[in-house]
Design a binder for this molecule. Structure first.
Ligand code: CAO
Length: 316
């Protein structure tokens, strides 16, 4: 939209990103802004802000009441001890607003499960050793294969088998994405960032590991471009390098599911005759109950666990 159209939209309080442009290459004109305003006034169209307000309220006439929250507690902390006030980083402010909306708006449920990655971890370690031996001459020189790369491939297989996990809500319809762009949460000094591995279905473990390393480094240096952070159809948040057992990740809207991964540990697993020491990986899958049912989520986790247990299953 041109500056004058932007000004016009601002005066009317019209959210330009919700207006369809009828001009050349989708340009938004004054007439588009007027038409949008008319359709909102007639009730034919709802702005996202109004829809969000209404969604947060109980159904009209349904006998429910407003949220009726009491005000946020205002405390003079200095009364209790020395304090220091620091502005939050820009990233924290932006991600905080997104997390709040996603936590409030999505009826999210988390399923926890474990995957036996004993053989996969042995394969990963052996692959890295083999790659180190090939030395600088090898095509993958310097690349370390990570568990997260295997998780991305396993998730792609599960997303293909259960496509609703790779969808987004659009009103009363679902948009099924036929691409597999996987976001991964990266911890940076300035806060949480989510770079995206594009077309993960078309890439091998080495390439994914290498791209992940580069994107995580860029994230830590604050050098990720908007394109490198957009377009994810599913996200993985791994705390495996740090620790913990399970957690409840928040869905990254407009995605409908997210996988949380914690640190694997050796655990006794009953094989029918005796306990065997197996390396178990804790998985936490959060899903949007408007789109996905509990049974589907349990199936997704079971399938994911089966693949991580034996990657040959991807070929079946
Ligand atoms: N179980 C056991 N060990 C694991 C593991 C797991 N699930 N995942 C990784 N590890 C090990 C790795 O093998 C590595 O060990 P070595 O150094 O001995 O080889 C070590 O932990 C470090 O791994 P890493 O965390 O650096 O690498 P990664 O590929 O697992 O993860 C990245 C990369 C970018 C995801 C990670 O650095 C990161 O930022 N994690 C935090 C994400 C986060 O903040 N999530 C929360 C979001 S909600 O607020």
């Amino acid at each position: 939209a041109s500056p004058s159209v932007r000004k016009f939209a601002r005066e009317l309080g019209v959210p330009l990103n919700e207006v369809k442009g009828s001009g050349l290459k989708g340009r938004i004109t004054d007439t588009d802004v007027e038409a949008f305003t008319r359709s909102v006034m007639s009730g034919a169209v709802q702005t996202l802000a109004i829809a969000a307000q209404q969604a947060a309220r109980p159904a009209a006439g349904g006998g429910g009441s407003e949220l009726g929250l009491i005000p946020w507690p205002k405390v003079d902390f200095a009364k209790f001890g020395p304090v220091e006030r620091k502005e939050m980083s820009r990233i924290k402010k932006i991600s905080g607003a997104n997390l709040l909306r996603n936590a409030i708006m999505i009826p999210a449920v988390t399923n926890h499960d474990d995957a036996d990655i004993t053989d996969l971890e042995a394969f990963r370690v052996a692959t890295n050793l083999e790659n180190e031996k090939t030395g600088k001459a090898g095509i993958h020189a310097g690349v370390k294969v990570t568990m997260l790369a295997f998780l991305i491939k396993a998730c792609v297989a599960a997303l293909k088998k259960y496509p609703e996990f790779n969808s987004s809500l659009d009103g009363d319809a679902l948009i099924y994405k036929q691409y597999y762009h996987i976001g991964f949460a990266a911890d940076t000094p300035n806060g949480l960032m989510v770079p995206v591995i594009k077309d993960a279905d078309k890439k091998g473990i080495f390439q994914i590991s290498q791209e992940m390393g580069e994107l995580a480094q860029k994230a830590r240096d604050g050098k990720l471009s908007p394109a490198e952070m957009s377009g994810a159809s599913f996200t993985i948040s791994s705390l495996g390098g740090i620790g913990g057992r399970y957690f409840t990740p928040i869905i990254n809207a407009p995605e409908v599911a997210i996988l949380g991964v914690c640190r694997s540990t050796i655990e006794p697993v009953w094989d029918g005759k005796a306990f065997q020491p197996r390396l178990m990986l804790p998985l936490s899958l959060t899903w949007d109950h408007r789109v996905i049912d509990g049974a589907a989520a349990a199936r997704f986790n079971v399938y994911l666990g089966q693949i991580l247990g034996d990657f040959r299953r991807v070929l079946l």
